[in-house]
Design a protein around this ligand. Structure first.
Ligand SMILES: [Fe+2]
Length: 323
């Protein structure tokens, strides 16, 4: 249950984007496009995207924005409405043509592929405009009671959908998950980055990270060649974490790891003044790393000098303040 109307609409967008990416995967597949999968995804986009999500906007959000001063004729709302109409027309055509491809088992034509690509780019662009322009605009003009009014209206609409309302969201979420699992798993953005980029990204952060695996063996730390608060050298890799801590603290380490493995604990935090003149204030955190099924993969330790953050006052909103 959402407490903010933008969270709910943006979660819908995230589901819609997952379906769009899975259709893209299908048209890029070398071993052939699967009409049954695309057909199910287009059905989701019509039933969930058009009949549910877009209706939340058309029936409740847009009129309310109009009442709060955003013009409904001309301006951003008119653009959104005309894009909804274009999306709907594309979907009606694509659902019909995909059904024909499925029944006749024919290859996809250039024309059909172009229509799919245009529909996907229109919808992605539309989602970006709503997430980044229209919703923030809405947040500025809507009043406090509008949030609960919108959430209640969305809930009402859901209760009129098939599968007894709540089952509607569950049904489509299950479909998306199942297709993701059977066509290469959920979208993994890390796969689009090489390890050089990933390493540089982890090294540039003002934190020290160490990862120990499920057998308590040190496998990774960032800033390998940089000066660190807690110096580490490559010789720690492959050693057990218990061998890397002073004997008086090993029992704490063991307790944290055992509690993480048993599922009793997800994180542990410590903070201590540090440095020759106690000029640093260290915040040391341990986080359990688990896979999507909750299986324990290891523990990441994060060390950070938070003294500069503790000293912050007032606010900084312009780039000049950072110089
Ligand atoms: Fe939307």
């Amino acid at each position: 249950m959402h407490t903010d109307w933008t969270d709910e609409l943006m979660q819908d967008h995230a589901r819609i984007e997952r379906a769009l990416i899975m259709i893209e995967r299908q048209i890029e597949r070398k071993d052939g496009y699967d009409a049954a999968t695309v057909s199910a995804l287009l059905e989701f986009l019509f039933e969930y995207g058009e009949r549910y999500h877009n209706q939340k906007e058309e029936q409740f959000l847009f009129p309310l924005l109009g009442e709060r001063g955003i013009p409904t004729h001309g301006g951003p709302i008119a653009v959104m409405l005309s894009e909804h109409e274009m999306e709907k027309n594309y979907l009606i055509r694509l659902i019909r043509e995909t059904q024909q491809i499925k029944e006749k088992e024919t290859a996809i034509t250039e024309d059909y592929r172009n229509a799919l690509v245009s529909y996907i780019s229109l919808t992605k662009d539309h989602i970006w405009k709503e997430n980044d322009i229209l919703y923030p605009m809405g947040r500025r003009v809507l009043q406090k009671q509008d949030n609960s009014h919108l959430l209640a209206s969305f809930e009402n609409l859901l209760s009129t959908m098939p599968y007894q309302g709540k089952g509607f969201v569950e049904r489509w979420e299950t479909l998306l998950h199942t297709i993701e699992q059977s066509t290469g798993g959920p979208i993994d953005l890390l796969k689009t980055l090489d390890t050089n980029t990933l390493r540089a990204m982890l090294d540039v952060l003002p934190i020290e990270l160490t990862f120990v695996d499920a057998n308590d063996v040190v496998r990774y730390f960032n800033k390998v060649n940089d000066k660190k608060i807690f110096p580490r050298t490559l010789s720690v890799v492959g050693r057990s974490v218990q061998q890397c801590h002073p004997p008086h603290s090993v029992h704490i380490v063991n307790r944290i790891l055992n509690e993480m493995k048993s599922g009793k604990r997800d994180a542990a935090h410590f903070w201590i003044p540090f440095g020759e003149n106690r000029e640093m204030f260290l915040y040391i955190s341990y986080y359990a790393v688990r896979d999507e099924h909750g299986n324990y993969l290891g523990c990441v330790e994060m060390n950070q000098d938070v003294a500069p953050y503790r000293a912050l006052q007032g606010e900084s909103r312009t780039l000049n303040d950072l110089v």
